[in-house]
Design a protein around this ligand. Structure first.
Ligand code: ADP
Ligand code: MG
Ligand code: MG
Length: 252
């Protein structure tokens, strides 16, 4: 069975009742890397947020099955514990809670869900150190408050650190490459490539070819007006770069 099966997913904004997703269909199998591209405002971020259960949106139709279970019936925290990762949406700075404590808490919660014993403080340190190395970050990063004064690049690295620590069956990265300088982009891509195995999958939203060349998607989709308008392989990116989204979205 597919890892993720999205059928005719429809969703609206709770506050305004404005429909945004108009029937998204997508199948993701283990080991696949899916890139979602498309114009600004086409619904890419909304799709990602609906998958993780963001409270701003209400599902009005369709179905989502993740690892054989009805994802739409699960609480956001349950989705995350069951292996669906999306970088925490601009989490508020939590005074007095270090990045370290936050990661340990989240990781032990995930271990518990997986039936593994909690890690003690020392085991945690060595585990986290390995993960820091993976994203090429200095250990003092762990002592800072959660989200406390991170620069744009640090925030992106921190998202990947969270993914590396928690692990995931399906990771969703929304514009992880935007605003990164070349070195940071390489670090992020190399970390993601090390996290990826034939057992897990990635869905990344991006506008840029640079990260696609590094992460080599197996599938590329173009979203348009709340639907996936076109799917193909990496060669579609060249058409998009040459002709823009319009031709790709409207031709068949
Ligand atoms: P993309 O990520 O493809 O740029 P989004 O999913 O962020 O697009 O947004 C799709 C459309 O829905 C946009 O017109 C956006 O302004 C609107 N939208 C999304 N979320 C909200 C929200 N919480 N409140 C108001 N409008 C929203
Ligand atoms: Mg977006
Ligand atoms: Mg790999």
């Amino acid at each position: 069975i597919p890892l993720l099966q999205v059928n005719d997913l429809r969703a609206k904004i709770v506050e305004s009742n404005v429909p945004i997703l108009h029937g998204v269909n997508l199948t993701v199998n283990q080991g696949e890397v899916h890139a979602i591209m498309g114009k600004n405002g086409s619904g890419k971020s909304t799709f990602a947020k609906v998958l993780v259960g963001h409270p701003d949106y209400e599902v009005t139709g369709g179905s989502v099955v993740f690892k054989g279970e009805n994802l739409l019936e699960m609480e956001p925290e349950e989705r995350s514990l069951s292996g669906l990762f999306m970088s925490f949406q601009s989490p508020v700075e939590i005074p007095g809670v270090s990045n370290n404590d936050f990661l340990v808490m989240a990781y032990n919660a995930r271990r518990k869900k997986l039936g593994l014993p909690e890690l003690g403080p020392l085991e945690c340190i060595s585990y986290l150190m390995k993960k820091l190395e993976l994203v090429n970050m200095k250990p003092d990063f762990l002592n800072r408050n959660v989200n406390g004064g991170f620069s744009g690049g640090e925030r992106k690295r921190n998202e990947i650190l969270q993914l590396a620590v928690l692990g995931a069956d399906l990771a969703i990265l929304d514009e992880i490459d935007s605003g990164l300088d070349v070195d940071a982009l390489k670090d992020v891509a190399s970390a993601v490539n090390q996290i990826l195995t034939p057992q897990n999958s990635l869905m990344m939203i991006t506008h840029y070819r640079r990260i696609l060349d590094l992460l080599k998607p197996t599938h590329v989709h173009v979203m348009d007006k709340g639907k996936i308008a076109r799917s193909g392989d990496i060669s579609m990116v060249e058409t998009i770069e040459a002709e823009g989204y319009e031709t790709v979205s409207t031709s068949t």
